[in-house]
Design a protein around this ligand. Structure first.
Ligand code: FUB
Ligand code: ZN
Length: 677
């Protein structure tokens, strides 16, 4: 099954076009300023600075030939910052080793925006940025400003942690997207030249390097490049990286040892059994059955595995994807669709360890989960994949950005006490308000490319079938043989569950439309009516309607959207005896702004839950639905830290709940998703 390109899906959806407009009008221009270090009071990026510095180096080399010697740096750490940020040296690299990727993600976001919203001025800026990227590229195709500026002698010597192949991956993603959106192939050409160089250096042939990316993404990006160009060597390289990962002797261990010797440092093999789990290189990928390690890396790896499984028909790889999917979604997924519960290594913790206040739940990790889910859907249409994709999108992905698109969360906790964020080292990673930018700014441009391409996640297709995974108002054309179905979707998701699909078939077409029955509704409560007597089959969470579509036909989907009080598996220690409130795909939370401080004093009053209500509201001018649910509030009148037990004194109360993604848009305050019941 193939996804539909961004260009093929016209979105008219109130919710998503508003969010995409934020990306177009706010985030893209704002992030361009950030990449050029022009945002006052925000962490500098030095991203464009690095491309320009690398271009300058190339220019000097060309002008001065062999007499030119590049500066040699004694410190070549993982991140480098100028002593005086206002006066960076024009020829030096700054930032994290993967700083280039912030621009690549931005270009990708621009591409999705241009695909549906031509904007010559923005395109000109992006073309200029692409010129800067190409100006930095070495003659042999190499393209990573960190090594170009700090010394090519170390290129490809620290794959485990220095992100070169991660930079390649993001470059490929951006280049394909920009080519598909604009037809311009300058960046694609540069990206292919870097990929070709990597293909010359890495591979199964005896003389080639047996390494693979320390931070995955090249695997899925090479698969995408293969699909865009038809060039099989890119798929082979992706497969090589996947096949190599976790084989013995472990490449990263060998590399560490080599580097220690090179740098005259002591080295001893690690005795930690989880060593290498951080990079998912602890075992060959086909033998992995538990999601471990750095969560973004993991999500990108699993996405690459699913791509390769689909494109090569590799069943053992597909089975590994299914096992890893189960591990993530049955044991390690927050109710908000976030993953990666621990700050230590920005990683998955052990099963059912899902703390709320110390949660990491990085925005990029939720985005990676969306990528993984979409690729599983391309392999097999099972609604559980789309359910999780939808959950992640409407909750943790969107909570990564402010409602005005101008500030961002990296970490997405489920419980916040601002005082703790300021005073307790254990939650130092949790910010009670969104930040303008980050030194390590992986999340904001990732969000821009995710939101900009969201239409491409709603559908997949095969020759005669169109699957509806997410419901968004808009239109598209499905071609079946030499005939067409024009499909129009009208919905109020995520606030109401009724969706009308109108199908225009100028000529009679035999085809199947497959509609996902959302898990939050279930097949027993869903109702689907269709004109024209189609054959109906409910399979793996999709209702398949097959038959001849002719003239104007209509499918009406009704997915009752009720307020649901959800509990967690009792093995999730932090949520035992607690409940969270959801409605449709949206998870709700309480904020101090509506309910006052000390949110821990509230419990949900299940006996009166039938009085819970839904109403339209807005936060900072953004329309949304809020809930009011009956609660009891504990009187906080203890006169000592500890007192003998007595029945709690509670009073009737009501909790006002807002969508989780909209929290922290009204200043600093407490927030909580899980409540005692
Ligand atoms: O290492 C590159 C990116 O920076 C990761 O994906 C994020 O988790 C952050 O560490
Ligand atoms: Zn991130």
């Amino acid at each position: 099954m193939e996804p539909l390109s961004v260009k093929r899906v016209t979105l008219t959806d109130a919710f998503w076009t508003r969010t995409q407009e934020l990306v177009r009008r706010e985030m893209i221009p704002y992030q361009w300023e950030a990449l050029n270090d022009r945002l006052p009071d925000a962490s500098p990026s030095f991203c464009m600075h690095n491309f320009r510095a690398a271009g300058l180096l190339g220019q000097r080399r060309r002008e001065q030939g062999k007499q030119y010697t590049a500066p040699v740096y004694s410190y070549r750490g993982f991140d480098v910052w100028p002593e005086d940020p206002a006066h960076p040296a024009e020829d030096q690299f700054y930032g994290y080793v993967f700083q280039d990727t912030d621009l690549y993600k931005w270009i990708e976001a621009v591409a999705y925006s241009l695909a549906v919203h031509p904007d010559p001025e923005l395109e000109k800026i992006a073309d200029g940025a692409i010129d800067a990227v190409c100006g930095a590229q070495l003659e042999n195709g190499y393209l990573d400003t960190y090594y170009i500026l700090t010394g090519m002698d170390r290129a490809f010597t620290d794959l485990g942690s220095f992100h070169e192949l991660y930079c390649l991956g993001h470059l490929l993603e951006a280049a394909v997207a920009y080519y598909e959106a604009t037809g311009k192939d300058k960046l694609l050409g540069a990206a292919r030249r870097f990929a070709d160089l990597v293909d010359e250096i890495f591979g199964p042939e005896p003389e080639k390097c047996k390494g693979y990316p320390g931070h995955e993404i090249a695997e899925m990006a090479l698969a995408r490049l293969y699909e865009a160009t038809g060039e099989e060597k890119y798929l082979r390289l992706s497969k090589f990286f996947l096949d190599q990962r976790g084989t013995e002797p472990n490449y990263f261990d060998q590399e560490e040892e080599r580097n220690a010797r090179r740098d005259g440092k002591p080295w001893r093999p690690s005795t930690d059994p989880m060593h290498n789990a951080y990079t998912q290189s602890h075992r060959p990928v086909r033998e992995q059955d538990e999601a471990v390690g750095h969560a973004v890396r993991a999500g990108y790896l699993y996405s690459g595995m699913a791509d390769a499984a689909r494109l090569t028909g590799d069943r053992t790889l597909a089975d590994a994807c299914r096992r890893l999917w189960r591990s993530v979604t049955r044991e390690k997924l927050y109710i908000t669709g976030g993953v990666g519960g621990t700050v230590s290594g920005e990683a998955f913790s052990f099963p059912y360890d899902l703390p709320n206040d110390t949660a990491y739940s990085e925005t990029c990790a939720a985005i990676a989960l969306v990528f993984f889910a979409r690729r599983m859907l391309q392999m097999e249409a099972r609604s559980e994949y789309a359910d999780v994709m939808e959950l992640a999108l409407y909750n943790t992905v969107l909570s990564g950005m402010a409602l005005d698109g101008k500030s961002f969360f990296y970490v997405n906790p489920l419980e916040v006490l601002p005082e703790a964020c300021h005073k307790d080292y254990r939650v130092r990673h949790v910010k009670p308000v969104r930040q303008k930018w980050f030194g390590c700014a992986c999340c904001p441009p990732n969000l821009a490319r995710m939101v900009g391409s969201v239409g491409a996640y709603a559908y997949t297709e095969s020759a005669d079938t169109l699957w509806f995974h997410l419901y968004m108002s808009g239109s598209l054309t499905k071609t079946v043989g030499d005939k067409e179905l024009q499909v129009e979707v009208c919905t109020e998701m995520p606030w109401e569950g009724r969706t009308e699909v109108t199908v225009h078939a100028p000529e009679a077409v035999t085809a199947t439309l497959a509609f996902r029955i959302p898990g939050w509704c279930g097949p027993d409560r869903a109702s689907v009516t269709a004109t024209g007597g189609k054959r109906r089959e409910l399979r793996d969470g999709y209702l398949y309607l097959t038959g001849t579509w002719t003239g104007e036909e209509r499918v009406t989907l009704d997915f009752p959207m009720e307020i649901r009080v959800m509990t967690a598996d009792p093995r999730v220690r932090e949520d035992t005896g607690k409940a969270a409130v959801t409605r449709g795909p949206v998870v709700y939370c309480a904020e101090e702004a509506d309910n006052g401080p000390s949110l821990q004093l509230y419990r949900l009053d299940m006996a009166r839950m039938d009085r819970a209500s839904v109403e339209d509201a807005d936060i900072q001018g953004t329309p949304l639905r809020v809930l009011t649910v009956p609660a009891k509030k504990l009187r906080a009148d203890a006169d000592a830290l500890y007192t003998p037990y007595r029945a709690p004194k509670e009073e009737d109360a009501a909790l006002r709940l807002i969508p989780y993604y909209a929290w922290a848009n009204r200043g600093e305050g407490e927030m909580r998703v899980w409540f005692r019941v």
